[in-house]
Ligand binder design. Structure first.
Ligand SMILES: [Zn+2]
Length: 178
């Protein structure tokens, strides 16, 4: 499979939307580990190199996600969602190790296929952990420039404040996605 040359933001939002449509009554925090395990993907936590957040190893139609358990619970949650994104979006990826992936790609759009895959996995993770429809329900549009509200939303969705403010800017300000 040829890696994408440009991040497929619309496709990723639709993928997440379809996944969540099959989960009536879903609310924040999104049960990312359950969604992953339901697809036959195993999650293993353990010690990894300091700069490694996580990895994906594909075995046929299934896979194992490895998570660095020395990192914070929020970081681990984002890592699981990021690797899940690779699993769903990047069929050709058999073994993949993430070393300190950058969260803010806004000024770093690159045509390199590998970067596009990382941008897509980050965008998938943000879309899954902070789905537009749940943000709308939570009245998140009012939180864009309000630090206290961002903090509350981050807690409710179990993501970092940084991840939440990026996502809000992306969803409600129509910035270039990161
Ligand atoms: Zn990655």
């Amino acid at each position: 499979m040829i890696p994408p040359r440009r991040a497929r933001y619309g496709k990723i939002e639709r993928l997440v939307d379809d996944m969540l449509s099959a989960e009536p009554g879903i609310s924040a925090p999104v049960p990312v580990e359950r969604l992953v395990r339901e697809r036959g993907i195993a999650i293993r936590r353990g010690p990894l190199d300091d700069d490694v957040s996580g990895l994906l190893v594909r075995q046929g139609s299934s896979a194992t996600i490895g998570v660095n358990d020395a990192q914070s619970a929020l970081r681990q949650r984002f890592t699981i969602a990021h690797e899940f994104g690779h699993f769903l979006l990047h069929e050709g990826m058999v073994e993949h190790v993430d070393r300190g992936y950058r969260v803010n790609f806004r000024n770093q759009e690159s045509s390199m296929a590998r970067d596009v895959e990382e941008i897509e996995a980050n965008f998938f993770a943000a879309s899954l952990l902070m789905p537009t429809r749940l943000l709308d329900e939570a009245g998140a549009v009012d939180a864009v420039d309000d630090d206290e509200k961002v903090k509350d939303l981050a807690k409710r969705f179990q993501v970092s404040r940084h991840a939440m403010s990026l996502r809000l800017a992306n969803v409600y300000r129509r910035y270039a996605p990161y």
